[in-house]
Design a protein around this ligand. Structure first.
Ligand SMILES: [Zn+2]
Ligand SMILES: [Zn+2]
Length: 241
C-alpha cells in the first residue's frame, strides 16, 4: 500500500467524507456534492440564453445570447459578467453559510467551480481581484467571503491574487432593500485604486459572491477601468427578479 493510499484510508476512517453543503456522508474526499444537493444546484445553474454583457438570463425571446435592454441603454463598466447560479433556495442558504462560517469546505468548493467558469470562458487573466469589504466590516465579521473565493480561484488557475490595491474607503450602508439606482448612489465613490500602474493594461477577473443589481461590481469595475484594466466579473450567484 502506498503512503498516499494509507493516508486516504486513514482520512476515510477518522474524517469520513461529507457533502460540503449539507454534511451528508458521501463516497470520496473530492469535494463532490451529495445527490440531493447536486440536483438542487444543477437546477439553479444559469444556462443560456443570457445577456452577452451583464450575463442576466432571459426567460423568453429565443435561444440566442444577446445584449439586454438595460445594457443597451447604458454599457456596463465591465467587459462582461457571468454568474454560476441563480440566487435562490439552496444557493441562497449556501451563500449565507459561506459568509458566516469561515473554514467550511464551501470556499474551496465554490471557488474551484468559479475557476472552472474562468477556464470555460477562455479567459487568461493577469490578476484575480475580490470585491473588498471595508475594514470595519472585516473586523466585525472576521473575513471577506469574496477573498476566500478569489484565493481558491487564483490557486486553481495559477494567477496572481491582488487583495490590497483595490480598497473600500467608505463603509456603505447595507444594500438590502435598495433598488438599482439607489444602490448605485450608495456605492458611488466607495472604492479607490491605490497604485493604478499595477492595473494598467491588465486583464482582471473581479470576484464577488452575489451579483444583485450590479451596482457594487460596476463601481469596482469603473475604478479598475480608470486605472487601465479590462474587467470580467465572476460571481457565484445572480439575483434575478
Ligand atoms: Zn448535500
Ligand atoms: Zn445586460
Amino acid at each position: 500500500m502506498s503512503t498516499g493510499t494509507v493516508a486516504n484510508a486513514f482520512m476515510d476512517i477518522f474524517f469520513p467524507p461529507h457533502c460540503p453543503l449539507c454534511a451528508e456522508a458521501v463516497n470520496s474526499h473530492t469535494l463532490e456534492l451529495c445527490d440531493k444537493c447536486a440536483e438542487a444546484f444543477n437546477s439553479s445553474r444559469i444556462k443560456g440564453p443570457l445577456c452577452l454583457l451583464c450575463g442576466i438570463p432571459f426567460k423568453s425571446g429565443g435561444s440566442e445570447n444577446r445584449t439586454c435592454g438595460s445594457c443597451l441603454k447604458k454599457s456596463p463598466s465591465f467587459t462582461r459578467a457571468r454568474s454560476l447560479y441563480l440566487f435562490d433556495n439552496e444557493v441562497r442558504e449556501a451563500v449565507h453559510a459561506l459568509k458566516y462560517s469561515w473554514g467550511t469546505m464551501l470556499g474551496p468548493f465554490f471557488g474551484s467551480r468559479m475557476a472552472r467558469t474562468v477556464t470555460e470562458l477562455e479567459l487568461s487573466p493577469d490578476l484575480i481581484v475580490p470585491v473588498p469589504l471595508h475594514r470595519k466590516k472585516i473586523t466585525s465579521r472576521g473575513f471577506n467571503q469574496s477573498v476566500l473565493l478569489a484565493r481558491v480561484m487564483a490557486g486553481a488557475l495559477s494567477v496572481k491574487l491582488e487583495i490590497s490595491n483595490l480598497r473600500r474607503v467608505r463603509n456603505t450602508p447595507s444594500q438590502v432593500g435598495l433598488k438599482g439606482r439607489e444602490r448605485s448612489v450608495n456605492v458611488a465613490g466607495a472604492f479607490i485604486v491605490r497604485h493604478a500602474d499595477a492595473f494598467k493594461g491588465k486583464d482582471v477577473v473581479l470576484v464577488d459572491d452575489v451579483f444583485t443589481t450590479g451596482a457594487t461590481v460596476g463601481e469596482c469595475a469603473l475604478v479598475l477601468k480608470r486605472a487601465g484594466a479590462r474587467v470580467t466579473v465572476i460571481t457565484l450567484a445572480r439575483a434575478v427578479n
